[in-house]
Write a protein that binds this ligand. Structure first.
Ligand SMILES: [Zn+2]
Ligand SMILES: [Zn+2]
Length: 357
């Protein structure tokens, strides 16, 4: 579907003209008065309605035109983080502010507005890119465990730094692989968005785990992990610190979740090198199984973690969700919010378990 576009792509077109002088707010958050959910609206002038007309989207850039080959020469600011290859002056990874952010920290922290019965607030926050140097290795499954542990270290470093910022309530880290999964630039990169509100999917999970904790005194995620490890039929991989399984209630075919075995509410607790290596091994294994088993399908993965402000979240248990893009939301999904997975998670797990890495 050509209406699937990545944030970088959409906002780049929209903001090209607007960054030169005044740096106005790039987005506005609007709250649905019925559901209470927030959405982000890219504000300002720039995009005409006919820009949304269906057309084939471009994807793989050649190295000559790729904006991530040398991020600074293509207009990105200096990196806030840069890692180098072992015993080398060549960079391996750098973190830069997104040139076309969905949220930005210029201006006032958070200003609430009213439009009739509706509530709005400005899109204050941070939007950063984790760019890996090697254009040719677009798939993360082609990286070694040590290399992915460095990527995880960078995620953790920026997560920890931004969690100290005023006004930030939630930090999401995600990776889009393939055009159908919303990526427009065929150069490996992940993204981080630090925002002033807790997104609806996360608050739904937080409320569910809090309710379960109050009723039973137990973490609902620990309960699931214990059950899955006993049942074994949905387990795909485990090492000393992490477990990968197909959720019993999978929303997409071949969906996987990666949980730390130790109860931890937030990604910020992943501070030990050994734990990062264990996570890198679990993530790498999950991604290689998808790459080999399903012939490199498009997918998204994202970290679900406790908010960084605004309450007590000991009842929560952070994790990574890997969701292959095996279908599009059509009338039934949009009309009901119920997703259809075309394969039983038990069969998907059995298939992925057998893929040799
Ligand atoms: Zn490139
Ligand atoms: Zn737990």
């Amino acid at each position: 579907m050509s209406n699937i576009r990545c944030l970088y792509c959409v906002l780049r077109k929209k903001q090209n003209k607007r960054f030169s002088k005044t740096k106005p707010s790039v987005s506005e958050l609007r709250r649905d008065i019925v559901s209470g959910d927030w959405v982000v609206i890219a504000t300002g002038r720039g995009k005409r309605p006919d820009a949304f007309k269906s057309k084939p989207a471009s994807f793989f850039h050649s190295r000559n035109t790729c904006p991530f080959e040398d991020p600074q020469s293509s207009g990105h600011e200096q990196p806030m983080l840069k890692y180098f290859k072992p015993q080398s002056n060549d960079w391996f990874l750098q973190v830069v502010p997104n040139k076309f952010p969905a949220f930005m920290s210029k201006g006032v922290c958070q200003v609430f507005g009213k439009v009739g019965p509706y509530t709005t607030t400005n899109g204050y926050g941070f939007h950063e890119l984790f760019i890996l140097e090697d254009h040719k290795r677009y798939a993360l499954s082609l990286y070694s465990k040590d290399e992915l542990a460095e990527l995880v270290r960078a995620y953790h470093e920026r997560f920890s730094a931004l969690s100290e910022e005023d006004c930030i309530q939630y930090i999401t880290i995600f990776h889009n692989h393939g055009r159908e999964a919303g990526s427009s630039i065929g150069h490996p990169h992940s993204q981080l968005i630090a925002m002033p509100v807790v997104p609806p999917d996360v608050s739904g999970s937080l409320n569910g785990s809090k309710r379960h904790f109050h009723e039973t005194g137990q973490c609902v995620h620990c309960l699931m992990i214990e059950f899955e490890r006993k049942e074994k039929i949905r387990i795909i991989f485990e090492n000393d610190a992490f477990v990968v399984f197909a959720p019993f209630v999978s929303r997409a075919a071949f969906e996987m979740r990666i949980f730390p075995k130790k109860h931890q509410s937030s990604f910020k607790f992943l501070s030990e090198k050994e734990d990062r290596l264990h996570l890198a091994e679990a993530l790498r294994t999950a991604l290689i199984k998808l790459y080999k088993g399903l012939n490199d399908p498009p997918f998204n993965f994202f970290i679900h973690t406790a908010p960084v402000a605004g309450g007590e979240y000991d009842h929560y248990h952070w994790h990574i969700e890997v969701v292959p893009k095996t279908s599009v939301w059509a009338g039934f999904e949009l009309g009901t919010g119920i997703e259809i997975s075309a394969i039983e998670p038990e069969k998907a797990a059995k298939f992925l378990r057998k893929i040799k890495i």
